[in-house]
Design a protein around this ligand. Structure first.
Ligand code: ADP
Ligand code: MG
Length: 311
């Protein structure tokens, strides 16, 4: 359910030891995303053309997948430089921005992501004018649990002292405000040889893509019925509209209230949980957001909040 949930424009962090398949999973994501609608295609090609990445390349309705290296500069990531070119966040507009080895990025570079994540655009200030580029991307990040990579592997002892400290040190490279913007934190366990000899799962990319598309269609329809046809996914909803579309049942509301307190959710975290729960209900074909949808949404949230508090 998680990966599918992520394909509804939520920000995702995959945590697991080297070789667990984090990079592989991320690279497969575009294959289960719906194709770009014509209006989206136009948006995406405009950015590409300003960035000079369209020359000779045919237009495609495949969603962008950008994977800048962790040595990327701020200008490369969010845009700027001499000619105020769009950065990776804008080239990933309507698609996926994959940041592998997240804690290895420079802290200032990561902080510069906060604004585009919040507003869906990037403003580049020049001496005498400002340029705005779209940047509504799905952030997918991956990291090892610690610098050695194996802190969570039973029987493993980190090279530089207690595993817990090794982990805390590495994870503290990510700021609380950035983690607060991650909707889905997923522990990716190592695969064993025994896992690989299991028969392949019955559900392949095509079937998953169909579920993703159905849930997205349900969301778009709901927004259209509420007179907001420009909104396509729950992730984009805010304010009273968000209340209107989520409104959990009584049991769900009780759970959410308790969890908000025990997890010390920020206001942003609270709203993000509600949106994710709405999407889980949509994937489930449920009209009302119930307790189990909220419980699942909270389980993806919990890890990020714990890490943020440790930082
Ligand atoms: N679930 C899996 N099924 C099949 N092969 C896998 C799986 N997970 C990992 N692998 C293999 O392990 C390799 C390393 O995976 P990778 O995505 O680079 O790991 P990570 O990014 O977590 O370090 C992959 O190229 C693939 O060959
Ligand atoms: Mg990797």
């Amino acid at each position: 359910m998680t990966i599918t949930t992520g394909l509804q424009n939520y920000n995702m962090l995959l945590i697991g030891p080297p070789g667990a398949g984090k990079s592989m999973l991320a690279a497969r994501l575009p294959s289960i995303l719906p194709p770009l609608a014509p209006a989206e295609l136009l948006d995406v090609s405009m950015v590409m053309s300003v960035a000079g990445e369209l020359s000779g390349g045919a237009l495609t309705d495949r969603r962008p997948f950008r994977a800048p290296h962790h040595s990327a500069s701020m200008a490369a990531l969010v845009g700027g430089g001499l000619r105020a070119r769009p950065g990776e966040v804008s080239l990933a507009h309507k698609g996926v921005l994959f940041l592998d080895e997240l804690p290895e990025f420079q802290p200032q570079v990561l902080d510069s992501l906060r604004q585009p994540i919040e507003t869906g655009e990037v403003v580049i200030a020049r001496a005498n004018h400002r340029v705005t580029y779209p940047a509504r991307f799905m952030l997918v990040a991956a990291m090892n649990p610690c610098r050695c990579g194996e802190a969570d592997t039973p029987g493993y002892t980190c090279r530089r002292g207690p595993n817990a400290r090794c982990k805390a040190e590495y994870q503290s490279r990510l700021s609380g405000p950035l983690l607060d913007r991650i909707d889905l934190t997923i522990q990716v366990a190592a695969v064993t040889a025994a896992d690989l000899v299991q028969p392949a799962p019955a559900e392949g990319s095509k079937e998953v893509a169909a579920r993703v598309a159905a849930a997205r269609a349900r969301q778009a329809e709901r927004f259209a019925a509420l007179g907001q046809p420009h909104l396509l996914t729950n992730a984009e909803a805010a304010g009273p509209l968000l209340d209107e579309i989520t409104r959990p049942d009584a049991a769900g509301m009780t759970l959410l209230r308790e969890a908000a307190e025990s997890l010390r959710l920020t206001a942003r975290g609270y709203h993000r949980v509600l949106k994710v729960a709405r999407t889980i209900a949509d994937l489930d074909g449920a009209e009302t957001v119930g307790r189990r949808h909220l419980a699942e949404a909270l389980s993806y949230r919990a890890a990020a909040d714990r890490a943020a508090q440790a930082a």
